[in-house]
Write a protein of this length. Sequence first.
Lengths: 231, 236
Amino acid sequence: MHFEWTATYGHILLTGLLTTIELLLFSGFFGFLLALLVGFGRLSKQPLIAWLSLSFTNLIRGTPLLVQIYVLYYGVGSLFVGFPAVRDSFLWPYLREGFWYVVVALTLSVGGYVGEVIKGGLRGVPKGELEAARALGMSRFLMIRRIWLPRAIQILLPSLAGESVGLLKSTALASTVAVMDVLGAANLVRAQTFRTYEPLLLIAVTYLVLALLIEHVFRRLELRIPVRGAL
Amino acid sequence: MDWIQQAVNTVIGDWGVALMQGAMVTLQISLGAFAIGLVIGLTVAMVKMTCNGSLKALANGYTTVCRAVPELLLILLLYYAGSDLINAIAALFGHGPVEVNGFMAAVVVLGIVQGAYAAEIIRGAVQAIPAGHIEAAKAFGARRGFIVRRIILPEMMPYALAGLSNLWLVLIKDSALISVVGYNELLFTTKQAAGSTREYLLFYLSVAAIYLTVTLVSNAVFGRFERSFSRWMPAN
């Protein structure tokens, strides 16, 4: 094991780490919004909306994320190349890079997986609390914003921690479409220094630390919420 | 309608056989890895529940690391480490470098990764068995091996089934990662097809449909299992 290459290649790995964290935050944020839509859609009384949300989760959870990334990056991406209008537009610099394709793919994926989790949480909120909100004259929207959603998220914090670690692990797939995330950076270092294990092991530890960090943040969030214990 | 005809011709006519072969390889890899994952999972779960000291710490470390580090990274690491290890052993016995069997490597690597998840599922299922059942067996003088074989293993199955069926679905999807290290499974075949015909969207959508079919069929099969198991579960 030699690690003296970190002096020359360290900054590449750090930039990669930053990209990984960006991927995580962007797709985590947008994915969570989508997941809310999907979660409420699954519980909708409108058959069409319920069916659409169910089909979406089945589609996302039934196909490998790598295939979804390829469909977007190679498939949809190759369509864009054919349209000169798109190539000349201001969006082209973004459409050429893998980063945003991966963000979209991860967002959809989070929407599918977390949407199902949120559906469970929404169902888990005791009925009496919702009835109380209605009895106090809250409108449906206010009830969702003040009671239903916060209570569901509170119930779901442990599962959301797990899903977040899952998302962190999924960001590694970005390296397969030439995004320089931390795994992509490690692959570059590997190719240039001919060292197989050291870069990979180093970033494995990085992922481990990031995962522990996520768990820690969620545990802090859980502790902030008072639980009514048996007195 | 012309382009549909053409699309069907390209996917099924030109590449149908290759894609089917790829799908078979994917299923074989997943089945093999599932079996290895179950064996590893059972062993690690037993170690976690019965042993103490360094062995237990090792088991905990294995499940923590394998569940926190991306599968793709683990596959890369284990793939290289495995081939190097085999070559080192071959060199020890005076052989030159050997060609590592890509299929076996894929199965073992995925099995090791999934073993960590299987271990947690099995541990949870065993802990769900009412303690009284095991105490009753002990009271009748049953030996340890007998309890494991006749009480713990059959009784934990209904509890473990939902988790294990989930694991199988995850495994089918994770097997697509093997295409990154270059073994010729379903996604790798699709990559070649898409590259040579330049019909990227068409082929990646087709392969998504194949994966979706496999997971939906698996879901239906596991649903039947679950129903037949839950018949003799205590009602709650």
